[in-house]
Design a protein around this ligand. Structure first.
Ligand code: SAM
Ligand code: SF4
Length: 375
């Protein structure tokens, strides 16, 4: 049996950030917490009709802004989940929180409910950059959110920081990282800002740092993180030993996951068939009792499956055993070999008898490496 995780999507935010293309919607004046939690549970019950009982290793409550929901809503949700699923004794339960929607009391209650990992969307500690990013929080609230998380007892804390921001200098980008490091988080996600279609930034086209500046900022940032004892284990993910995000690692190692909530994606393997699912994106549609939760289901096979496996695993720094490929796709690794050899010839990966592993050149040109595995 492949490991199984659960993703729960909360689709509302106080307002939409101009760079964000996640499935997040401006929250109504009064959030339909109770109805939405009931919909999540009904959605899961439907999913479980087609999944044999399996232990759940991680839960990720993402968004949107999950910290808009009360602790009472999560208390009910988690208590019901425990009756429907078998929780692993070492389950990781992460919640994303936005520093603009933080109350000490709420954080303390979340922690008491068994949510044992918090991911804070800090983005930057620089007042001007936070403003330009349209964040609802300022730099003081960024600091307060971290302090509140620690005070609440979160000893597994991730900070999301973005770099390559409009008008950001190398020094400012490094300052953000240095400030984050003063809090000694267990995990850091350091993302380069990407300008996504269908966002306000795409239309506005704000002045981004030059390619050279972006390159030197990344180089200096990576050195700084390394010196601080962080191990880069994925393109944008850095952690101290044993503090990698188990939920995200499961995605990148091509494990299975259920996805409940508006727009949530799922992946399930049954007898060598990989199926991908997606739920209705718009909260109204998702919560419409006349409609099924499921909006899309597709079976992934052959070359497409090889590509998807590589798209995920090339994000990781670790050596990937060929046996993982066979285990997760049901295909023989000989199907993968010609393309791996091609990537090795281009020095993008190195190969042994049992494993392949990305090289520094492969990391620099990850998109080119992944393109070699296109169907
Ligand atoms: C699903 S988002 C939600 C977190 C939370 N809603 C928040 O913003 O505080 C997770 C993270 O993805 C990153 N992110 C979002 N849009 C991005 C973009 N266009 N480019 C790079 N990183 C992005 C941000 O760091 C964000 O914290
Ligand atoms: S708070 Fe997070 S999810 Fe919401 S719009 Fe901003 S970046 Fe997107």
């Amino acid at each position: 049996m492949l490991p199984l995780s659960l993703y729960i999507h909360i689709p509302w935010c106080i307002r939409k950030c101009p760079y964000c293309d996640f499935n997040s919607h401006k929250s109504p004046d009064s959030l339909p917490e109770k109805d939405y939690v009931n919909a999540l549970l009904a959605d899961l019950a439907t999913d479980l009709n087609s999944v044999p009982p399996r232990e759940i290793h991680s839960i990720f409550i993402g968004g949107g802004t999950p910290s808009l929901f009360s602790a009472a809503a999560y208390e009910f949700l988690l208590s019901q989940l425990k009756t429907m699923l078998l929780f692993s004794p070492t389950i990781e339960i992460t919640m994303e929180a936005n520093p603009g929607s933080v109350e000490q009391q709420r954080f303390t209650e979340y922690r008491q409910l068994g949510i044992n990992r918090l991911s804070l969307g800090i983005q930057s500690f620089n007042a001007q950059h936070l403003k330009k990013l349209g964040r609802i929080h300022d730099e003081q609230q960024a600091h307060q959110a971290i302090e509140a998380a620690r005070k609440a007892g979160f000893d597994n804390l991730n900070l999301d920081i973005m770099h390559g921001l409009p008008d950001q200098t190398i020094e400012q980008g490094i300052n953000d990282l240095e400030t984050a490091l003063t809090y000694q988080p267990e995990h850091l996600s350091w993302y380069q800002l990407t300008i996504e279609p269908n966002t306000a930034f795409y239309k506005e086209n704000p002045p981004l740092p030059s390619e050279d500046d972006a390159y030197f900022l990344e180089k200096q940032g990576l050195d700084l993180l390394k010196k601080a004892g962080f191990i880069r284990y994925e393109i944008s993910a850095f952690a101290h030993d044993n503090k990698q995000a188990q939920h995200n690692l499961n995605y990148w190692l091509f494990g299975d996951y259920l996805g409940i909530g508006a727009g949530a994606h799922g992946k399930l393997t049954t007898e060598n068939t990989v199926q991908r699912t997606r739920k209705h994106r718009l909260p109204k549609e998702y919560q419409n009792p006349e409609k099924p939760f499921l909006a899309q289901i597709e079976t992934v096979t052959g070359e497409e499956l090889i590509f998807e496996f590589m798209l995920n695993t090339t994000r990781l720094e670790q050596a990937i055993p060929f046996s993982l490929f066979s285990q997760r796709t049901g295909l023989s690794s000989t199907a993968l070999m010609p393309k791996l050899k091609n990537a090795e010839a281009k020095k993008l990966i190195c190969l042994t008898d049992t494993h392949w592993q990305i090289t520094p050149l492969g990391r620099r040109y990850t998109n080119d490496l992944q393109a070699l595995f296109l169907p």
